[in-house]
Design a protein around this ligand. Structure first.
Ligand code: AMP
Length: 548
């Protein structure tokens, strides 16, 4: 195993190819992940070598090897180890062999297909397995791959600029990235083919993307069965829920808890067998045995299948329809998160007696704490958040904290996850409410309220404490750039995290005093909220009224 910790660049591609050619398996280490998480992965995967670039801090030992010779590999040799959230409080490493990777690449080269005239813009962090498709599929088919920088991949406006400038004909992305692009005002050319996957495709997103006239595919699959296991063209609105038919060499079965097939139309768990099934979880034989089982349908001794934990059913046309999860695994902006992992870390805190985490409006994490001493000390939440940030990537750190006397339970004594979502109090509890004082602060407060779906924002409330995250930042910046016609950098919201400070930044950029404000107040009020957003805002207001 060779760890690769590099910024997104051509060198990164060279490094990955180099590892595979010399018979190694790569372990992607995203330099943006906290050091503690990287340490856990290094400890578990025990790489012999770390490849990194000199402009990154030398946290890990750096080796340079020269003249390593290409070595033939067999389909059973390991190609990569990718870590994903683990419900026990530690990430787990999925071991994927060459045979599984080449099966997927050959299948996708055939359909949806890629050819020498194609240009694919790669946007996914290498710590997510779908990045392997973005990098290797163009290379094995003779197409071109353009590596978007981390900054380009996170900024809708810059990304749409790159798509335009590079003449992209294909983009693979999660629904979150597609939404970010649309929110930045991007209008794709019909020649752009779109692959959307990693989480369920919302119908309104499918409609918006199809409206561009380009070809749209829904792609589905867990890391454990190698990148994608099923695919479906999305031709009409009704197609969005279908994950379609299996990729080559793959079999999909809908089963009950005894792994017996359930009849058509009946919901069950999706079991995946065939060439894509990974070796298992590194150093975790018990967990591997639980999820990677003998394949009851293969008719071949030694064949294994993966229990996905996804609830599905077969529709009238024989396609698989995605219904949801059977457990507490969720997707946050395309990233896979076991709520149990965050809960386990929260429970380790001395001040926390019990903890639960839920997802609010499909994209924000809310933590519910039963505190050891009932009164919340000042700075308590800030301390807990800081400790989570040392251990978890940003998207796994809850932005909203609510104290409870006890966690809600179902009649049979299990955590009632549905009840949790209704209990969140969305407000910045540790700062005092200060009303917007100037028209520009008023305009910003309106915008934050719309985007964050909170009923009230004070000028000193911290953006991230209100549950704000990178996608919200993208929407806010896009909206401010459009309304004020200023070149506001994306990082400005990450740096000026209160309305007070952001108002100062904007004022300093103002081309003609007063003009900006006129445009802003007119446009922001006109900017229509979607009916769904309006309803959520109403709910948030009602919840606050009840709480007070
Ligand atoms: P990951 O290992 O990060 O790729 O996450 C795999 C999980 O993401 C699957 O088990 C599904 O729950 C979900 N998922 C991935 N793609 C889709 C899709 N197209 N539709 C619905 N769920 C999806």
């Amino acid at each position: 195993v060779v760890a690769v910790s590099m910024e997104r660049s051509v060198d990164l591609v060279v490094a990955l190819l180099g590892v595979l050619k010399t018979g190694g398996a790569y372990l992607p280490l995203d330099p943006r992940f906290p050091a503690e998480r990287l340490r856990l992965m290094i400890e578990d995967a025990a790489p012999r070598v770390v490849l990194t670039s000199l402009d990154l801090p030398p946290d890990a030992v750096t080796h340079t090897t020269t003249g390593a010779a290409a070595r033939p590999v067999t389909p059973d040799d390991l190609a990569y180890v990718i870590y994903t959230s683990g419900s026990t409080g530690r990430p787990k490493g999925v071991e994927v062999p060459h045979g599984a990777l080449s099966n997927l690449l050959a299948s996708f080269a055939r359909e949806p297909g890629l050819s020498v005239t194609d240009v694919l813009v790669a946007v996914t962090t290498v710590s997510f397995d779908i990045a392997a498709l973005e990098i290797f599929l163009p290379l094995i088919t003779g197409a071109s791959v353009v590596i978007a920088s981390a900054e380009e991949a996170a900024d809708g406006e810059r990304l749409s600029g790159l798509l335009e400038a590079s003449g992209a004909t294909l983009l693979q992305a999660t629904p979150a990235t597609w939404r970010m692009l649309l929110a930045s005002g991007w209008t794709p050319r019909p020649s752009l083919r779109m692959w959307c996957g990693g989480e369920a495709m919302p119908v309104d997103l499918a409609d918006a993307l199809r409206a561009t006239g380009g070809e749209l595919w829904n792609v589905y699959g867990p890391t454990e069965t190698t990148i994608w296991s099923a695919l479906a063209p999305v031709a009409s609105a009704g197609d969005a829920r279908s994950i379609g038919v299996p990729v080559d060499g793959t079999a999909l079965h809908v089963v009950d808890e005894h792994l017996d097939a359930v009849p058509r139309g009946v919901p069950g768990e999706l079991l995946i067998g065939g060439a894509g099934v990974a070796r298992g979880y590194r150093n975790q034989p018990a967990l591997t045995a639980e999820r990677f089982v003998a394949d009851p349908f293969a008719g071949r001794a030694g064949a294994r299948a993966y229990r996905t934990g996804d609830r599905v059913r077969i529709d009238e046309e024989g396609r698989i329809e995605f219904l949801g999860r059977t457990d507490a695994q969720v997707k946050i902006r395309g990233f896979r998160v076991e709520l149990g992992e965050i809960e386990a870390l929260l429970r380790r805190d001395r001040d926390v007696r019990d903890a639960a985490v839920a997802v609010l409006d499909g994209q924000r994490l809310a933590a519910y704490l039963v505190l050891a001493t009932p009164a919340r000390r000042p700075g308590l939440i800030a301390g807990i958040t800081a400790s989570l940030r040392e251990r978890l990537p940003d998207y796994m750190v809850p932005g909203i904290f609510t104290d409870l006397d006890a966690l809600p339970l179902t009649p049979n004594g299990k955590l009632d996850r549905r009840a949790l979502a209704r209990l969140a109090v969305v407000s910045a509890p540790e700062s005092e409410y200060i009303e917007p004082r100037t028209p520009i602060e008023r305009v910003l407060a309106d915008l934050w309220q719309q985007v964050l779906i909170v009923d009230r924002v004070g000028v000193r409330d911290e953006f991230f404490a209100l549950g704000g995250h990178s996608l919200h930042v993208a929407r806010i910046v896009a909206s401010l750039r459009r309304t004020f016609r200023v070149a506001l950098p994306l990082r400005s919201v990450f740096e000026a995290t209160t309305i007070e400070r952001l108002a100062e930044v904007l004022t300093s950029l103002e081309p003609a005093p007063g003009r900006m404000l006129q445009i802003a107040s007119a446009l922001l009020r006109l900017q229509a909220m979607t009916p769904e957003e309006r309803e959520r805002l109403r709910d948030a207001r009602r919840a606050r009224a009840e709480a007070t």
